[in-house]
Design a protein. Structure first.
Length: 400
């Protein structure tokens, strides 16, 4: 017996699936807490209070969510073109390095010029690290998952070399400690504080980027091209869309968002310097990977990624409070976050299936989605001989 849902209820259920997946993960986490002899009710209560229970907790959650939102928006842009960006960690590192070098070598500028300049440098660094796998994917058929992961390793080695060598704080050399960090960067590059002594403009920029990504994807010709390529490269090529350039551009834009996250991490930090422990995690805090989960939790929609990032940031901050309150190993918090990742990713297929049924069965679609439905209908009807990187006669104009 099958249950028939209206298109509206089906869509509502589809968008609630990621939230249900989070609750399922927390339920399994409660079982692990019981097995460790801890009270799950007490633990989760402390987790909630630690993430949302006070002004300081809210600020900590917002700041933790900010790089997740930047990365998540970039993941959404790439995914809409049917490419997967696993390289946000390395792109954040390059964005941070480019922004840091800009501040180190041009320290005398006025804040009105310096702040946009270092943020732009972060965008350029991340875009460069996204453009490389984008070009490899588009023109040489290199799998973007492999290339972006490998570039993460290159980025961390480059960061380790620069922060232990050319960019290291001279005071670290004098003391002999040689901690891989820069000197305190120019005060003119510090992100303006909005509230208290920690909440800077980074979260506002992240929300603006999410809104801008929504406008780009659903209200501009470029956004239509990105989504058309993601739905069917064959149909997009027949429509005259430069498929290869669009794929490369999608990963470049995705990397740019991650690079901006890296710049915000540097100039919004309390130390106002770039520092690491020799790994990408030491700088990014895992935001490059957690941002993927935030994007999935938000249904791969830039606007829904805003609350999803806030929720996942709360899980990270609250998890630390849970650990302190019930005295469980830190590995449990890592496992809890991992459970959230597994459940959200596993449940996403059902969300996609529900939305796909909605596309084919619903008699009406939103005005902004007419072209999506049309391209979806053409997905499996491409003529033979027009594979994704097909023959010259079907290739992109000017890219033969």
């Amino acid at each position: 017996m099958s249950i028939h849902l209206s298109p509206r209820n089906r869509r509502l259920l589809a968008y609630s699936i990621p939230v249900l997946a989070v609750f399922a993960a927390l339920l399994f986490g409660a079982i692990m807490l019981v097995l460790l002899g801890a009270n799950p009710f007490e633990g989760y209560a402390e987790m909630f209070v630690g993430a949302f229970g006070s002004g300081d907790a809210l600020i900590a959650t917002i700041l933790k969510a900010t790089p997740l939102l930047f990365v998540g928006v970039g993941i959404v842009i790439a995914f809409r073109a049917n490419v997967i960006n696993i390289g946000a960690e390395g792109q954040m590192v390059l964005g941070g390095l480019f922004a840091t070098m800009t501040a180190l070598y041009m320290p005398e500028m006025h804040p009105i010029i310096m702040i946009p300049l270092v943020l732009l440098a972060g965008v350029v660094g991340g875009a460069l690290w996204g453009w490389i796998p984008g070009m490899l994917k588009a023109y040489y058929r290199v799998n973007e998952i492999l290339s972006t992961i490998m570039l993460n390793i290159v980025a961390v080695q480059l960061m380790a070399y620069l922060l232990r060598g050319p960019l290291i704080d001279p005071a670290e050399i004098e003391r002999g400690t040689r901690i891989p960090q820069t000197a305190r960067l120019a005060a003119s590059a510090d992100l303006p504080i909005l509230f208290g002594d920690r909440l800077h403009i980074g979260p506002v920029l992240a929300v603006l980027c999410a809104i801008g990504a929504y406008y780009l994807l659903w209200r501009t010709p470029l956004g239509f091209r990105l989504r058309a390529v993601g739905l069917s490269e064959h149909a997009a090529r027949y429509a005259g869309i430069p498929v290869r350039r669009t794929i490369a551009l999608a990963l470049t834009m995705s990397g740019a968002m991650a690079g901006l996250a890296g710049a915000v991490l540097v100039f919004g930090s309390e130390s106002h310097r770039m520092v690491t422990d020799g790994s990408t995690m030491g700088f990014t805090g895992g935001a490059g990977f957690n941002g993927i989960v935030a994007a999935l939790l938000g249904g791969l929609h830039p606007l829904w990624t805003i609350p999803a990032s806030f929720l996942f940031g709360g899980l990270i901050v609250g998890g630390q409070a849970l650990q302190r309150a019930v005295q469980v190993p830190s590995a449990l918090i890592v496992a809890l976050n991992g459970l959230v990742v597994v459940f959200v990713v596993a449940a996403d297929r059902y969300r996609v299936r529900l939305l796909a049924v909605d596309e084919y069965e619903a008699p009406e679609v939103d005005a902004g989605d007419h072209e999506t439905a049309a391209m979806g209908a053409a997905r499996d009807t491409a003529p033979p001989g027009t594979d994704s990187y097909g023959q010259d006669e079907f290739d992109d104009g000017g890219e033969r």
